[in-house]
Every structure is written in structure tokens, then in C-alpha cells.
Design a protein around this ligand. Structure first.
Ligand code: UP5
Ligand code: MG
Length: 196
């Protein structure tokens, strides 16, 4: 397989909505390859010799969006490796695209997504989860100040991507406020509506 033959599902939702948690469950049951753009950026940030390390670090702390050239390259590399080494062709791309130009560019130059799985969650719930996780996560952006900036970026820049896909009828929306297990039941029902 090559990336253009892959099946891609975008997994979107605000910071702390539960994207990573639900993707982990989907991996177990469906055998998807899970690629979190945020995780890939954090890995690149920590990679000795990376020319992007300092840049990524400051974007993440400020809750702003890393230039797409970097993120798309990391995603393409990871997809290629999963295809080649693991024979995977079904991907959950988690936390990407976060900006309209990223969505257009990825779908044009890599592969169109099958649909977007969107986790809908109010800010107060997300904030509580992130503050809680911040006690142990070691993530540089799990603090009150960065969380506020991440929410602002999500509302102003990332939510328009979901809205655009929604207008095209390409979104499966799941309420993300209940327990992880209950949310996952809704996820499975949602995927079924898309033939998965
Ligand atoms: N939790 C999860 N589900 C729960 C539930 N149903 N009930 C109760 N608790 C629940 O979950 C967050 C926490 O909540 C965990 O403690 C979990 O146990 C609990 P998680 O599954 O991790 O949520 P997720 O949506 O994945 O939250 P995350 O913090 O990863 O979301 P972000 O979108 O903020 O983070 P991401 O890593 O994607 O991006 C970080 C930064 O990277 C961005 O701000 C940006 O600066 C940069 N970035 C880019 O620039 N470009 C990209 O394309 C991607 C990222
Ligand atoms: Mg995550």
C-alpha cells in the first residue's frame, strides 16, 4: 500500500475531549493504526538533532498551531512506516487537521479522509480533565494558562474545520461527556453508520 490507498479517519475535538482515550479503544477492537499529531510533534521535539525542537516547544506551550509543513511531514513519514512495516492501511489521525489550510492540503496531497470522528465536549469538562491530568502528565501545556490558550485556538481556528466537514456531511459526532466506556459505545454505533 501507499498513503494514497490508505483509509484515513480524522479524530477531532477540543483539548481533553478524549481523542487519545477513544483511539486507544478503537485500536484494540478494529486494528487501526493510531497517529496522534500532538504525540508525533512531542516526539520530534525531543529527538536529538531535530531542527524543529525549539520551535515545536514554543508552539505547544502557547497552544498555537505548528506550521503544517512540519506536521504533515511527520504524519506522512509515520503512515509510510506503518504501511511498510506493519502492513497497516486504516489510520486514525488524531488531533489533525487543526486549521482549514491543513485540511485542504492534506486531503489534496496525501489522501482524502473517509470522515471525521468529532468529540463534542463542553470546556468546563475538558478543563477539569486536563488540570487533573496535569498533576501527572508532565505535559508542558497541561496548566491553567496554556489550557486557556489551547481553548482559544480550538474555538477560533480548529472548530471551523469541523464545521466545514459537517456541512459536507462528513462528520460523525459523539458526545464526549460520559464515561470513556459509554462514549465508546456511541463511537462504535457512529462508525457503523459509515460502514466500519
Ligand atoms: N478522559 C478521557 N476521556 C474521559 C471521559 N470520557 N471521562 C472522564 N475522563 C476522561 O484525555 C484527556 C484526559 O481526560 C485524560 O486524563 C483522560 O484519562 C481523561 P485524552 O484522551 O488524552 O484527550 P485528548 O482529546 O487526546 O486530549 P489532548 O490533551 O491530547 O488534546 P489536544 O488536542 O490539546 O492535544 P494534542 O496532543 O492533540 O496537541 C497538543 C498541541 O500540539 C496543540 O495545542 C498544538 O500546539 C500542537 N499541534 C499542532 O500544532 N498541530 C497538530 O496537528 C496537532 C497538535
Ligand atoms: Mg491526545
Amino acid at each position: 500500500y501507499t498513503p494514497e490507498q490508505a483509509t484515513v479517519i480524522f479524530v477531532l475535538g477540543g483539548p481533553g475531549a478524549g481523542k487519545g482515550t477513544q483511539c486507544a479503544k478503537l485500536v484494540q477492537d478494529y486494528g487501526f493504526k493510531h497517529l496522534s499529531a500532538g504525540d508525533l510533534l512531542r516526539e520530534e521535539q525531543d529527538r536529538p538533532g531535530s531542527e524543529f525542537g525549539d520551535m515545536i516547544k514554543s508552539y505547544i506551550k502557547e497552544g498555537t498551531i505548528v506550521p503544517m509543513e512540519v506536521t504533515i511531514q511527520l504524519l506522512e513519514n509515520a503512515m509510510g512506516a506503518a504501511i511498510e512495516k506493519e502492513g497497516k492501511k486504516m489510520f486514525l489521525i488524531d488531533g489533525f487537521p487543526r486549521k482549514m489550510d491543513q485540511a485542504l492540503h492534506f486531503e489534496k496531497t496525501v489522501v482524502p479522509s473517509k470522515f471525521t470522528l468529532f468529540f463534542d465536549c463542553p470546556e468546563d469538562v475538558m478543563e477539569e480533565r486536563l488540570i487533573n491530568r496535569g498533576k501527572t502528565s508532565g505535559r508542558a501545556d497541561d496548566n491553567a494558562e496554556s489550557i486557556k490558550k489551547r481553548f482559544k485556538t480550538f474555538v477560533e481556528t480548529s472548530m471551523p474545520v469541523v464545521d466545514a466537514f459537517e456541512k459536507e456531511g462528513r462528520v460523525v459526532k459523539v458526545m464526549a461527556t460520559r464515561s470513556p466506556e459509554e462514549v465508546y459505545e456511541d463511537v462504535k454505533v457512529g462508525l457503523k453508520t459509515k460502514g466500519i
